[in-house]
Design a protein around this ligand. Sequence first.
Ligand SMILES: Nc1nc2c(ncn2[C@@H]2O[C@H](COP(=O)(O)OP(=O)(O)OP(=O)(O)O)[C@@H](O)[C@H]2O)c(=O)[nH]1
Length: 391
Amino acid sequence: MKLGIIGVGNAGSKIVDKMVEFESLTDRKLCRHVMVINTARTDLSKPDHIPDSQRILIGDTHQKAKGHGVGGDVEVGAEVAQNDIDEIRRAFDDVDIHEVDAILVCASLGGGTGSGAGPVVINELQKMYDEPVYGLGVLPGKYEGGRPALNAARSLQSFVNNTDNFIAFDNDAWRSKDQTVGEGYEGMNRELATRLVTLLGAGEYDEPTVAENAMDSSDIIRTLDTSGISSIGYASTSVDKTNGEGLLKRFREDHEIEDGSNAAAKINGLVRRAVNSRLTLPCEVSSADRALIVLSGPPSELSRKGLESAREWIENEVDTVEVLAGDDPRENATALSAVVLLSNVTETPRIESIQDQAVEAQEKIAEQEAVREEEIADLITDSDGKIDPVI
Ligand SMILES: Nc1nc2c(ncn2[C@@H]2O[C@H](COP(=O)(O)OP(=O)(O)OP(=O)(O)O)[C@@H](O)[C@H]2O)c(=O)[nH]1
């Protein structure tokens, strides 16, 4: 697939940066147009792989933002983006839409810029282009408290309602207890970028490929076309590029006939491991509507039989007939990787708990504000007490 990728806010921009890095390290050709948008000048200077011309600062003249971010205030994040919509639109004008099959907007939902400006950016893209617009959203950890959860609950509705698919990443599930938060993010962003680029970059090569089962971008688009929430599983194993020397080589040659079935078993095992791995959003796998398998690695490691049996296994596991599968042959790859996209998953415990945390936070805020006799509860609650989307 050929993709336009846009990072909004701090985490969104870091994830886009890691995607570009992973794509260049693995010689892929996924990100045809890259852009990061932020309200904080310092955060905008963080990415290592984004050209300066593709970094857009918004809200520098806004009274509250002033180029320093929006301090977790989702309302200000949305307002700033709305005020600077002409500048954002002008930046989009440079996107050569014939060059891309879809656009992915990455943001975290716990802060103010990604969660507030992200939906405004998505709405604008939907107005300007016919191509699908996907969202990638980071859910805040439970440990972060009520305010990020409330931001996320509101923003999640806006992201899901306005995108063609929303891929979620759960910070809670990926947080490692023995790392500082900053160290953890670096690793988490790398893991996420690996999954996204391996999945969405499938099928884009410099040279035409003769692979029998090559993945087609239309299969990826079809699987994502559910308007729901998606989760991604991934597993990988290194491959022996030399095919062994001496005794090992002789052993391999002696067992040549077994190799075909070994390769198939390896693939089947790898795909099962991907589904049973830590998903980007932990969920009940059988609640997915559609699934897609991408198998990426050296052509000699790919096996039609293996892919087919893995596809059948997922068909039974997810209990759906909508399972597509394809190869992504990479001549110079040093690993064989399986990515499984689970589209429109509905049983997602963290999303349910964010809603509960958000309702609690909302009640607490309302209480505190009632005590101070301030009148801002109407910004976040409806008369029916439901959580409103951002826009
Ligand atoms: N996975 C991941 N999460 C991050 C990262 N950086 C921040 N977060 C999470 O993102 C949320 C904060 O959002 P940010 O992206 O930092 O903030 P922002 O959208 O720029 O908004 P403001 O800072 O309020 O202007 C919190 O829930 C953090 O846990 C990161 O690099 N990776």
